[in-house]
Design a protein around this ligand. Structure first.
Ligand SMILES: [Zn+2]
Length: 260
């Protein structure tokens, strides 16, 4: 079955993702931080909520869960959550390698643990789709609130191994700000310059820059390109010391971005 993924904008720059399918009345929500946004969408499209997928415990990803479960109390709604984090209303705790089958939508997703932004952070993926929360953004990556640079680097490397054409549904519209930083770190990257222009046009009319793809991110995202000579040199110039590995480069540019 072909799935449709719809962005439900919430708060300033969050995207709650709604997964549905043509000729089906069922819907799955990813990271419903705001119940009202979700209920409006579900009612307008006369859908039935069957499952909620959570990537990590931050309020802007989980705060709508309780109200949704209460509002749809006559229905069975599975709430899939990271095994290593406490999430309200969790029904199924997910570990690395676990598989979810949502029969109503013929939707199968695997779980990959991606610690870094938070320690229990997980992502959901299949050959076509990736829901990665606040781990990988277009042109950037999540802040290291709980995990180490090594953990985040390794998590991003795992995502780089996915099929190039995988559509990447991250949880925030941070792309333009991320690309401004990326151009500072890697000013000679032609793919990045081109992408920046196209995102700037999209955002001028408030259009979403998401989804991106794994292939696109490998071409333009500095946090996936730490082995590139230009980025390595720029990171060394920022810290005024020599760096000996892509992980050190990653840690340097993550810190640089925090202060950018
Ligand atoms: Zn977060």
């Amino acid at each position: 079955m072909d799935h449709t993924v719809t962005a439900l904008p919430a708060f300033n720059d969050n995207y709650i993702w709604a997964i549905s399918a043509p000729n089906s009345r069922y819907v799955v929500l990813v990271d419903p931080g705001c119940a009202e946004t979700c209920i409006n969408y579900i009612e307008q499209n006369q859908l039935t909520l069957v499952a909620i997928l959570i990537t990590h415990h931050h309020y802007d990803h989980v705060d709508g869960i309780k109200a949704l479960i209460n509002y749809y109390s006559q229905q069975t709604i599975n709430v899939y959550t990271p095994a290593k984090e406490n999430i309200p209303c969790a029904t199924t705790k997910m570990h690395d390698g676990d598989v979810i089958n949502i029969d109503e939508l013929s939707l199968k997703l695997s779980v990959i643990e991606v610690p870094g932004h938070t320690l229990g952070h997980i992502a959901y993926y299949n050959n076509q789709l990736l829901f990665c929360g606040d781990t990988l953004f277009s042109g950037g990556c999540g802040r290291l609130f709980e995990g180490s640079a090594v953990q985040m680097y390794q998590s991003l490397q795992k995502l780089c191994c996915l099929n190039d054409d995988t559509l990447v549904y991250c949880a925030h519209e941070y792309t333009l700000a991320n690309l401004t930083f990326a151009l500072t770190v890697e000013p000679d990257n032609f793919a990045l310059i081109t992408y920046y222009d196209s995102v700037k046009q999209l955002r001028a009319t408030k259009k979403s820059s998401i989804p991106t793809t794994i292939k696109q991110e490998k071409a333009i995202n500095p946090f996936l390109r730490c082995e590139q000579t230009t980025i390595h040199q720029q990171a060394e110039a920022y810290l005024h010391k020599s760096l000996s590995s892509p992980i050190e480069v990653f840690a340097a540019i993550r810190e640089w971005k925090n202060n950018f």
